[in-house]
Design a protein around this ligand. Structure first.
Ligand SMILES: N[C@@H](CCC(=O)N[C@@H](CS)C(=O)NCC(=O)O)C(=O)O
Length: 204
């Protein structure tokens, strides 16, 4: 049995969206961050970092949303193209996009806003960093891609779209071409069912 822990955030959406793309039969434990539910002994035994999402597949436990997206697609959808074939150049480009999205869009930008604006009482105020993060988002290589890698939808599109949705929720200005990419990916039936499921959780 596969279980995905976590709901209510752009990062948990990545895991649910991939599971829905694969039509996986899985169970959810829709615990939310900052609710106390990520600090229970049951949960920290699975993930000592106390963060969601977490995937449990039988006795195998995996954390980190990008790793979960890639594992699910490799293990349960090798013929779907959701992850390009290991060893291929497309797989290298897939990894390139995953690193870019995680570092440049998530960690360096959106998470800076989350920590130093929304959660400034906990992490401290950093107005210059917040300002730079707002300006920097979507600079660089984003445009109205058909898909990020090759000719088909992959986990890299899950990762990028989740960040664009997060940015839109923060009302960050996105170039129209980038919004068009986001709008197109969000019409996917698997996105719509996963987003509905992911958002059915109380957030702290
Ligand atoms: N790099 C991790 C980040 C995970 C993360 O920071 N998750 C947040 C929610 S988006 C969390 O669980 N925070 C725990 C808490 O604040 O209770 C990933 O992509 O999975």
């Amino acid at each position: 049995m596969i279980t995905i822990w976590g709901g209510g955030t752009a990062r948990t959406l990545r895991a649910h969206w991939t599971a829905h793309e694969l039509s996986l039969d899985y169970q959810s434990k829709l615990i939310g961050p900052r609710t106390g539910e990520t600090r229970t002994p049951e949960f920290t035994a699975l993930n000592a970092k106390g963060k969601v999402p977490v995937l449990v597949d039988g006795g195998f436990v995996l954390t980190e949303s990008a790793a979960i997206v890639t594992y699910l697609a490799d293990a349960y959808g090798p013929d779907t193209g959701l992850t390009p074939k290991p060893g291929s150049r497309e797989r290298a480009q897939y990894n390139e996009w995953l690193a870019y999205v995680q570092m440049e869009l998530d960690a360096h930008t959106l998470y800076v806003l989350r920590k130093h604006r929304d959660l400034a009482a906990l992490y401290g105020e950093a107005p210059a960093a917040v300002e730079t993060a707002i300006k920097g988002f979507a600079e660089g290589r984003l445009r109205n891609h058909a898909y990020l890698v090759g000719e088909r939808f992959t986990g890299a599109d899950v990762m990028l779209t989740s960040c664009l949705l997060w940015a839109a929720a923060y009302r960050l200005p996105l170039p129209p071409s980038v919004s068009a990419y986001q709008d197109r990916q969000s019409t996917r039936p698997a996105y719509q069912s996963a987003a509905k499921h992911n958002s059915s959780v109380r957030l702290g």
